[in-house]
Write a protein that binds this ligand. Structure first.
Ligand code: PEP
Ligand code: MG
Length: 550
């Protein structure tokens, strides 16, 4: 499934590639064996030390996993047989630890159940020790001078956030869905990406592949003509700047805003012509942090974003931790269903001071810049929560306080909630996953995670109607806002602003400028009347096609 458009060609590099099985080789001379044992012990100690350092910096489940793996690197059950193989038979250290690990893994597997799951730790430790012994680099996003296509099972948000589009020309993952944060970040970086690509890990490193992030195609060994065509596309693919402020053909304004995660993104968004920021995902600043960031650091980070949009609107979302974006200092250690757990605004139940500190930092940064700062909270489900957000914002002098509509509960009770806040923004990514009860991270369920689903469109229509009744402005900031067809539908349903990855701004702006507000209302009615997602999309596309044909 293609989730970030664009085509790229490059050799495959696997994320955290595993090491090759070491050759058996000839037996070491007796005189060399003591030194080889010392080499093995030093490598194992180094691996254990590195894992312990990473564990100390982590929390919750990640910490326990890293601690358990570190223990394994010091475990005599693994090291003793390897030492014996070196000393008695002259086996080289990489091969000795490889064989010892195979035996430990076999024993664990025979025990079954949860113990058997630890074989993955054994292999991980084995690979790390062999990597140290043979001078290979393991783990994380590889750093290369030449461009490559990164292939992985999945990417942690912190990994994806640090990708360099100059070298990572495309992403292919076996897991993930269209609204996973991997997909979102890939889109914002403009890196073509394909997710849910079963079998991708089986493509050997170095194989040259063509990745089409629009169609989802991953093709091995593309022909020379295709490679040349892709290179030409890349040269021409500078995203077009938004030509004019968003409006329908008859002049009904629709603010076209950007989704960003940091100051760099804000600058890029301003360059792309965004009228402001509709979603500043503030948690992206702190994904790799183990402690809550201090006030001064936050103020500086927010000011840098506000400075990119003088006198323009910037909507800051308060920390949205949890589910696929764990923040160790905020989120619960282990939850059976993290998407339904203590995430978003709910983390303030346990740590209200973190929210208040963030709000105070936003207020301080807003006072020092000229951007029109608005603040909204994610994952609101009740009127009490909405009221609380407003009260906390007012307490630090923030004038515009809103909420995201991401839960069906909030959409169903839109009249009450909208009356209590200054504005709302529909997070279609989460609203879709919760309405359809389909985890947005699971590629297999992508057909359900589709904002065209009638149930999702109906809830958005209800929020739009509540906006007309209460006069509270409603925007959309989920990925759906970047789809030009859906943008038209949303405007017809009463949505007044659309916030998206900056690359999508000009395409959405162009389509909006081609229709009147009355067209949008009519098209939205047709989409809403459809009984399936496919019919809703088809009805919209054919209505728009008829308009463009005049
Ligand atoms: C959403 O859920 O639509 C949204 C914009 O928030 P996020 O994708 O960061 O969860
Ligand atoms: Mg969300």
């Amino acid at each position: 499934m293609g989730v970030s458009p664009g085509r790229a060609v490059g050799p495959v590099v696997h994320l955290g590639s595993t090491v090759e099985e070491p050759a058996r080789g000839r037996a070491l001379a007796e005189g060399a064996r003591v030194a080889e044992v010392a080499r093995l012990r030093a490598a194992a100690t180094r691996v254990a030390g590195e894992l312990e350092t990473r564990a100390a910096a982590a929390r919750g489940e990640a910490r326990s996993i890293l601690m358990a793996t570190a223990l394994m690197a010091r475990d005599p059950a693994l090291l003793d047989p390897a030492v014996a193989a070196i000393a008695d038979r002259g086996t080289a250290a990489p091969r000795a630890v490889w064989d010892a690990a195979a035996e430990v893994a076999q024993t664990l597997e025979a025990l079954g159940g949860r113990i058997a799951e630890r074989t993955a730790d054994v292999r991980d430790v084995r690979d790390r020790i062999v990597a140290v012994l043979t001078g290979q680099v393991l783990g994380g996003v590889p750093e290369r001078a030449d461009p490559f296509v990164l292939v992985a099972r999945d990417l942690a948000p912190a990994d994806t956030a640090t990708l360099d589009p100059a070298t990572v020309v495309a992403l292919v993952t076996e897991e993930g869905g269209p609204t996973s944060h991997t997909a979102i970040i890939a889109r914002s970086l403009g890196i073509p990406a394909v997710v849910a690509a079963t079998g991708a890990l089986g493509i050997p490193e170095g194989t040259v592949v063509l990745v089409d992030g629009a169609t989802g195609e991953v093709r091995r060994d593309p022909d020379a003509a295709t490679v040349a065509a892709v290179a030409a596309e890349a040269a021409a693919a500078r995203p077009a700047r938004l030509a004019a402020p968003g409006a329908t053909r008859d002049g009904h304004p629709v603010a076209l805003l950007a989704n960003i995660g940091d100051a760099r993104g804000a600058t890029a968004a301003a360059e792309a012509g965004a009228e402001g920021v509709g979603l500043f995902r503030s948690e992206f600043l702190f994904l790799d942090r183990t402690d809550a960031p201090g006030r001064a650091e936050q103020v500086e980070a927010y000011r840098a974003v506000f400075a990119a949009f003088p006198e323009r609107k910037v909507v800051v979302r308060t920390l949205d931790a949890g589910a696929d974006k764990p923040l160790p200092f905020l989120t619960a250690d282990a939850e059976e269903n993290p998407a339904l757990g203590v995430r978003g605004l709910r983390t303030a139940r346990r740590r209200p001071e973190v929210l208040d500190e963030q709000l105070a930092a936003i207020a301080e940064a807003a006072a020092a810049e000229t951007a029109q700062v608005q603040v909204m909270a994610p994952m609101v489900a009740t009127l009490e929560e909405a009221r609380e957000v407003v009260a906390r914002c007012r307490a630090v002098g923030l004038e515009s306080a809103g909420i995201m509509i991401e839960t069906p509960a909030a959409a169903i009770r839109a009249d009450d909630l909208l009356a209590a806040v200054d504005f709302v923004s529909i997070g279609t990514n989460d609203l879709t996953q919760y309405t359809m009860a389909a985890d947005r991270m699971i590629g297999e369920l992508a057909d359900l995670n589709d904002p065209w689903q009638p149930a999702v469109l109906q809830l958005i229509a209800d929020v739009g109607a509540a906006s007309q009744r209460t006069g509270t402005p409603v925007g959309v900031c989920g990925e759906a806002a970047a789809d030009p067809l859906l943008a038209v539908v949303f405007v017809g349903l009463g949505v007044g602003s659309l916030s998206m990855t900056p690359r999508a701004l000009s395409a959405v702006g162009e389509v909006l400028a081609s229709v009147s507000r009355a067209d949008c209302v009519r098209i939205a009615a047709a989409a809403l009347a459809a009984s399936t997602a496919a019919d809703a999309r088809a009805a919209t596309a054919s209505a728009l096609g008829a308009i463009s044909l005049g």
